[in-house]
Design a protein around this ligand. Structure first.
Ligand SMILES: [Zn+2]
Length: 261
């Protein structure tokens, strides 16, 4: 059963950003750090029973029927590039960096309907998450690792997809304190540090993690055989990126819906 479930997650999550688990964790972290005004606004824009955690993967689910959204999940910044202007790598149809301010503006726009703003919120929540999956922001001529076959913990996959879900699942299985560390309430000073910076900073930070962690220490061979040593090498980066994504999503929402003085 577990093996089947694991395979199911592996197949459905492939190449689509953090899998369900990652996006849900980011939603929980964000929700825990909303001010009362933002919390109420989010509640009004989502349907009854929905939360930022439950809608985290919605943008992946509609990817097939909403063709215009397919390039919004990533940007192929060459892994060898040094920090500069990302716009040259962002197609006219949009990319994960350009779509975040666009959806934020839609969320703020009072002339849009509740439904349109609710959709903008769901896209925003998802793409802030995707921006923090390092292999959604870097590329080595391999579509962000999608074209790199690997065997991870004895299961066939590709480099990109193991960063979406299986590494995180391995971490959750092997680190009892992880979920609690990620979803704890973070104090104001620490939050400012973790959620600070600009959108450009966030994109290039994830890009650097790809270069320095995801693509580093890869063995030779096709497929590459990766095990627990690679997962432990990746784990600190995965943890901090999930936490940053959640806190930064909260920051954006708190800026759109500021607390009353
Ligand atoms: Zn995605």
């Amino acid at each position: 059963m577990t093996r089947f479930l694991f395979l199911f997650i592996l197949l459905t999550a492939s190449g689509w950003g953090w899998g369900r688990e990652g996006h849900a964790l980011i939603g929980v972290i964000a929700e825990r750090h909303l001010n009362p005004v933002a919390r109420a606004a989010v509640g009004e824009l989502l349907e009854p029973g929905e939360t930022l955690a439950s809608i985290g993967s919605w943008a992946d689910a509609v990817r097939g029927e909403r063709r215009e959204t397919s390039t919004w999940h990533y940007i192929n910044l060459p892994v060898s590039a040094s920090r500069g202007d990302w716009r040259g790598f962002c197609p006219d149809a949009g990319c994960v960096v350009s779509i975040i301010p666009e959806m934020t503006a839609r969320l703020r726009n009072p002339s849009l309907s509740r439904l349109e703003r609710g959709e903008a919120l769901k896209f925003l929540a998802h793409f802030v998450g995707d921006l923090h999956q390092p292999l959604h922001v870097a590329d080595k001529g391999d579509r962000g690792g999608n074209d790199v076959p690997v065997v991870f913990l004895d299961r066939p996959a590709n480099l990109h997809s193991i960063w979406d879900t299986p590494i995180l699942m391995w971490m959750l299985e092997n680190d009892d304190g992880l979920r609690e560390r990620l979803t704890r309430r973070v104090g104001l000073w620490e939050r400012r540090k973790l959620a600070g910076g600009t959108l450009d900073d966030w994109a290039w930070e994830a890009h650097a993690i790809s270069r320095d962690v995801a693509y580093r220490r890869l063995p030779q061979g096709t497929p590459m055989v990766l095990g627990a040593d690679y997962a432990s090498h990746a784990a600190p980066a995965v943890e901090i990126q999930l936490q940053r994504a959640g806190l930064r999503l909260a920051r954006i929402l708190n800026e759109v819906f500021p607390a009353k003085p």
